[in-house]
Design a protein around this ligand. Structure first.
Ligand code: NAD
Length: 525
């Protein structure tokens, strides 16, 4: 293992020493190749990240596999203590962590804080419920009293956890936590733009008591490391684009290993005519422009009913014009930067394509270099039609299309007209009406009178996508049990299932038929 030589660039407010210490952590498997991460606030190089090689990926898996058996033997109560300690450490060191997130992503501090609180919620939740979820179940056997069945849960082994850059803290840990609680080892591959945040989180985990070898990190470009990660894993947890996700899921299928795919969305929000226009505008601001729209569950399509359209739009556009923007670490901004040049180009191209094909810009519609090199104005378009990229494709930026609709049925049909199915929102003055409409929307989560936090933060309930938005769910019971293999053990006592010695098959068969009728009458089995 070679220690990096010039990893962090000194600049006011950036803790270069911390960055260097993180990159030198023994858990990192660094190769000789470097990549330069850019600070979105000023577009200048932030840190030189050593890239792992394919051999480093193998070493990480070998190390994790050797340590996993012992980790699986630890009492769940001990894992619970570690996870709660991690929860407390993260809250204590929140400022240092929020600084890193902001430096690496350019997001607002509030967006970063939401990530941090999300991780704490998940850590607390699985610390508390893991024991119950992992306990053996005792379902009734084939012959009650005679067939004693237990269903045991075993960890799958080593989980490859591939995470994107948009929520670098949350997505580094949201799945690693239940995987670890279930007794697995994890090899984490964060996005190459957000290595420091992931390393900070992993270091806190180790300080809380997770054995170093049980939680390993590989750094670098996904296309370079991805194939080997998928080849070596016992289970793949992937969060990212639908294109890459479907490719990885295909390989998991060939290898016959389990996988979870948390992918993209083109999420619809429906504003019903009985909603409060001001409250609806407040929710829509967060729904569309939190994290500058670089959020899988962000709304990119708004369907607004006739009766509220004008009142809602007036408030929505006015609130957008008043968002505070500052390219700096700290609490001053309501709206943050895009992460980098690629996202800026993608957003700019999507809006240009829409305008070229006849869409109208109601607000925004341009980069904001006067604020920061990768800032793009929060943008509202009308007149989006078939054939424009913004109509069906995920922009993953601060761009929303608005369409006036004259009925709930029209809104519903438009909302469901997508290959994606991640998240949706219904704004209404009538909770029951909202919930009834929600049941007819084909998405993994629907928030009534909220944007995304209500479902996203309700850790006891599953979160994930239908259609091109994914396979599997994080959170809820499945969020942990997916990282286990179920094993059924049946202990047979007394009579077995073969024809007893000395008895004819037809007599035995007759006896079985009588037994089945008895079971049917008893209602037991
Ligand atoms: P991406 O698919 O390009 O990259 C995601 C991760 O996969 C990164 O770590 C990347 O290095 C890695 N990767 C890239 N190519 C790979 C390959 N061939 N093999 C293995 N790993 C590879 O996605 P992105 O652009 O970084 O992230 C944005 C996308 O993620 C959006 O579509 C967004 O909706 C989605 N997302 C989904 C969720 C969710 O929970 N559903 C959450 C956040 C982001």
């Amino acid at each position: 293992m070679t220690a990096p030589t010039v990893p962090a660039i000194a600049r006011p407010g950036f803790d270069a020493e911390l960055a260097e210490a993180l990159l030198a952590l023994p858990v990192v498997h660094p190769g000789a190749e470097r990549l330069t991460a850019i600070a979105p606030f000023d577009g200048q190089p932030l840190v030189e990240v050593p890239c792992s090689t394919v051999a480093d990926v193998d070493l990480a898996f070998d190390t994790a596999a050797q340590a996993q058996g012992r980790w699986a033997q630890t009492d769940v109560a001990e894992r619970r203590r570690i996870m709660l300690r991690f929860h407390d450490l993260l809250l204590t060191h929140r400022d240092e962590c929020l600084d890193l997130i902001q430096w690496e992503t350019g997001k607002t501090r509030m967006d970063a804080m939401k990530e941090l609180l999300g991780v704490c919620t998940i850590a607390r939740h699985y610390a508390r419920v893991a024991r119950r979820m992992l306990e053996p179940q005792r379902p009734l056997g084939l012959l009650p009293l005679l067939t004693r069945v237990s269903v045991e849960r075993h960890p799958v082994g080593v989980v490859a956890d591939i995470a994107p850059w948009n929520y670098p803290l949350f997505l580094a840990l949201a799945d690693a936590i239940p995987a670890l609680m279930a007794g697995n080892a994890v090899v984490l591959k964060p996005d190459h733009q957000t290595s420091l945040t992931a390393l900070y989180a992993v270091d806190l985990m180790h300080r809380a008591g997770i054995p170093r070898r049980v939680l390993q990190v590989v750094l670098g470009y996904g296309p370079q490391l991805g194939p080997e990660l998928v080849e070596r894993a016992d289970y793949v947890m992937f969060t990212g684009s639908s294109t890459v996700g479907s490719r990885i899921a295909g390989r998991c299928g060939e290898r016959l290993i389990g996988c979870s795919m948390e992918l993209g969305g083109k999420n619809p929000m429906i504003v019903l005519e009985d909603a409060n226009p001001s409250a609806a505008a407040e929710v829509a601001i967060r729904a569309c422009f939190d994290n500058a729209g670089q959020l899988c569950v962000a709304m990119e399509r708004l369907y607004v009913m006739d009766g509220i359209h004008d009142a809602f739009m007036e408030r929505f556009l006015s609130r957008i014009r008043n968002l505070r923007m500052r390219a700096e670490v700290g609490w001053a901004a309501d709206y943050g930067s895009l992460i980098g040049a690629e996202q800026l180009a993608r957003t700019t191209a999507a809006v240009a394509d829409a305008v070229e094909h006849g869409a109208e810009v109601l607000v925004g519609g341009r980069p904001l270099p006067e604020i920061g090199p990768f800032y793009y104005a929060p943008t509202v378009l009308t007149g989006a039609t078939e054939g424009m990229a913004v109509h069906r494709e995920e922009t993953f930026g601060p761009v929303v299309t608005v369409q006036r609709v004259d009925s709930e049925e029209q809104a519903l049909a438009l909302a469901n007209d997508s290959v994606y199915g991640l998240n949706a929102s219904v704004l209404t003055g009538d909770d029951r009406r909202g919930a009834a409409l929600a049941r007819r929307i084909r998405t993994g989560s629907v928030n009534v009178n909220e944007a995304y936090e209500a479902t996203f933060g309700s850790t006891r309930a599953p979160m994930g996508g239908m259609g091109r938005s994914g396979v599997g769910r994080r959170n809820g019971a499945h969020g942990l049990t997916r990282f286990t293999e179920e094993q059924t053990i049946a202990v047979q006592r007394g009579i077995g299932f073969g024809t007893p010695f000395g008895m004819e098959h037809d007599d035995w068969s007759e006896l079985l038929v009588r037994g089945f009728r008895g079971l049917r009458r008893s209602g037991l089995a």
